[in-house]
Design a protein around this ligand. Structure first.
Ligand code: SAH
Length: 268
């Protein structure tokens, strides 16, 4: 299996408005050995305040990639999680940051990046953005005031991720390789998967295709498809399908489209 490493972690800041928070997030990342920073449509960036707040992590700020749309920032990722202090309209798979870090060390993403999304300072991530995520992650905080500063939320998440990854690597390095190791054996280690996980781009294409076919077969009203698509997205987020499974579903949808075209245009 291909374990997740710190280099596979991509921190994605969605529309941050304060450049100081970008620098603070970069510093938080570097202290925890994470370097891949994506920024979606920042209000002010590049900006001297980002450099100033980054201190010794200017390299992370300078290496940050700016994207016009979230889809482009996560397209190649095998797993996408969204951080949020609030619960949602439609309940979604959710984990505490500690549970997320534990799961991360058991994921086999075939070396694909993991995106961790952080929202705007004033209103977090939108429902549409949260629906791009396989999992929602929350930092358990004071229920009366759970909203951390953006860069501090990045710090807590990167810390938990580092803690789980380094502990796991140390355990793997010192583990008795013999299968008869008894108490050293770890029954809940992941099984190797035979296929690569679908990327965020594969899933986005699958959702578009599903939407088209559901409208074409008049399963839903194209003017009001919201909740059906949300529930389908949630189902796929939960299952975390691999690339072959998505290809099979796309193949089925394409067949439906072909048969529809034949019945609506028999001489075509
Ligand atoms: N007022 C916003 C909070 C924005 S804080 C809201 O109600 O959603 C900026 C970002 O920091 C959030 O979008 C989230 O990504 C992260 N964050 C802050 N507090 C968090 C918490 N307790 N758990 C998880 N993420 C948190």
């Amino acid at each position: 299996m291909t374990r997740v490493h710190a280099k596979d972690i991509r921190i994605v800041l969605v529309e941050p408005s304060h450049p100081g928070n970008i620098g603070g997030a970069a510093r938080a990342m570097k202290t925890m050995g994470v370097a891949d920073l994506g920024i979606v449509d920042p209000l002010r960036f590049p900006d001297p305040q980002a450099v100033w707040r980054a201190a010794g992590a200017v390299d992370v700020v300078n290496g940050a990639r700016v994207f016009g749309h979230l889809d482009d920032a996560i397209a190649d990722c095998g797993w996408v999680v969204g951080t949020s202090a609030r619960s949602r309209r439609v309940p979604w798979p959710v984990a505490t940051v500690g549970e997320f870090a534990e799961r991360l060390v058991r994921e086999d993403l075939g070396g694909k990046p993991v995106a961790i999304l952080f929202g705007r300072e004033d209103r977090g991530l939108t429902n549409d953005e949260l629906e791009c995520c396989n999992l929602h992650v929350m930092i358990p905080a004071n229920p009366e005031y759970p909203s951390l500063n953006l860069a501090m939320a990045v710090q807590v998440v990167c810390y938990e991720v580092r803690r789980a990854l380094t502990r796991d690597n140390t355990a793997a390095a010192t583990a008795d390789p013999s299968p008869a190791a008894g108490e050293n054996s770890q029954p809940d280690l992941p099984t190797d998967w035979d296929r690569s996980p679908a990327t965020a781009a594969d899933l986005a294409a699958l959702y578009r295709h599903f939407g088209q076919v559901l409208s074409a077969i008049e399963f839903h009203d194209p003017k009001n498809p919201r909740l059906t698509m949300t529930r389908l997205r949630r189902m796929f987020a939960r299952i975390h399908p691999d690339q072959t499974e998505v290809a099979i579903l796309r193949g089925v949808l394409t067949r439906i489209e072909r048969i529809l075209a034949r019945t609506t245009n028999p001489h075509g």
